[in-house]
Design a protein around this ligand. Structure first.
Ligand code: FE
Length: 339
């Protein structure tokens, strides 16, 4: 009898422990546009350090619609995405809440986060220019503005002008040079295109390698991605990476980032993850894995990324750029950039 009781007690206490660990187990739910190979290693490190589990839903699109649909029943705590346009959109649809944490304000420079705290950059990426090693004199392509000059007639390849990466660059040019001047510039670039806009950032470098054109715009991490790819390495080897506007305002940079959802059920844990990602270890992993720049100025980029040299970034805030995106899209239509 005593033995039986003992057995019962031990079973009951095991069940109690199981339940308490279930209810106490902290977790964070993430909706991510960023690919698993990029964010999973970061989340694993976070779980290792904190015991907080991270559940992720990956998707290519539709996450902000899903968040909207789910409303206050949404399990999502955080949204991860690239490009200021997409981050801004989530905040603009009233799907986020403000975060005020000293650590985030210290780790992430002003220009790369929402002044209200609705979104935060985690990495930066330059909109660089790729220029044929054989056919381009780099003296002719020091600024984005140079791309409209007659010397580039028939020598530029581009993806769609409407792609968020290009819209953010054009928006930064509106902020820096004004609407009228930017329209004239964009018309000039359009007139210099070797072919109708098509493909992605890497296709343009392939086209340069194949002699279709001599320069293109592209995000810096694609240079790293191509160098690491057996087939694409030759494309990257055919070009130099240029950081434009070093003699003046600096190169345009965009961000990948995160936002806390409006109804985050695990707010405290989510905030811990946000801070973790802005710190040294996570910042280094981003740069190693995807050749981006750490947003935290105290952290150095990976060796490969550093080997492309230091550059000055445009100080314009991403919040400013976000506001001008609609006007930029309008310009793309007005000059029929994609036609
Ligand atoms: Fe990209």
């Amino acid at each position: 009898m005593l033995k039986q009781n003992h057995f019962l007690v031990s079973i009951l206490s095991s069940i109690a422990i199981l339940f308490s660990s279930l209810s106490l187990a902290e977790e964070v739910n993430v909706y991510s546009y960023r690919q698993p190979f990029l964010v999973q290693p970061l989340f694993d490190k976070f779980t290792e350090a904190t015991d907080i589990k991270v559940n992720v839903v990956f998707a290519k699109k539709g996450l902000s619609e899903r968040l909207d649909r789910e409303g206050r029943n949404s399990p999502a705590d955080l949204v991860f995405t690239v490009d200021i346009g997409r981050l801004f959109e989530v905040a603009d649809k009233n799907l986020t809440q403000a975060v005020k944490l000293k650590a985030l304000d210290e780790n992430i420079p002003d220009q790369y986060r929402d002044p209200e705290g609705h979104w935060f950059g985690l990495t930066t990426r330059t909109r660089s220019i790729f220029a044929s090693k054989d056919r381009v004199d780099l003296k002719n392509i020091q600024n984005y503005e140079d791309m409209s000059k007659p010397v580039w007639k028939g020598r530029i390849c581009s993806r769609s002008g409407k792609h968020p990466y290009n819209l953010a660059l054009f928006a930064s040019m509106i902020a820096n040079n004004g609407l009228k001047e930017t329209k004239t510039w964009l018309k000039g670039v359009k007139a210099n295109l070797a072919q109708k806009p098509q493909g992605n950032d890497r296709s343009q470098v392939k086209a340069i390698k194949e002699g279709v054109c001599d320069i293109s715009l592209g995000n810096n991490y694609y240079f790293g991605n191509m160098l690491m790819d057996k087939e694409q390495r030759a494309w990257a080897d055919a070009v130099n990476i240029v950081f434009p506007n070093q003699g003046n305002r600096g190169t345009h940079v965009n961000i990948s980032g995160m936002a806390l959802t409006k109804h985050a059920p695990n707010k405290k844990s989510a905030e811990k993850l946000m801070v973790f990602l802005s710190e040294q270890l996570a910042q280094e992993i981003y740069s190693e894995q995807n050749f981006e720049y750490p947003v935290n100025p105290k952290v150095k980029p990976s060796e490969l990324v550093s080997s492309w040299g230091e550059f000055k970034a445009d100080k314009l805030s991403l919040a400013e750029i976000a506001k001008l995106r609609k006007q930029a899209a309008q310009l793309v239509d007005e000059v029929a950039f994609d036609d």
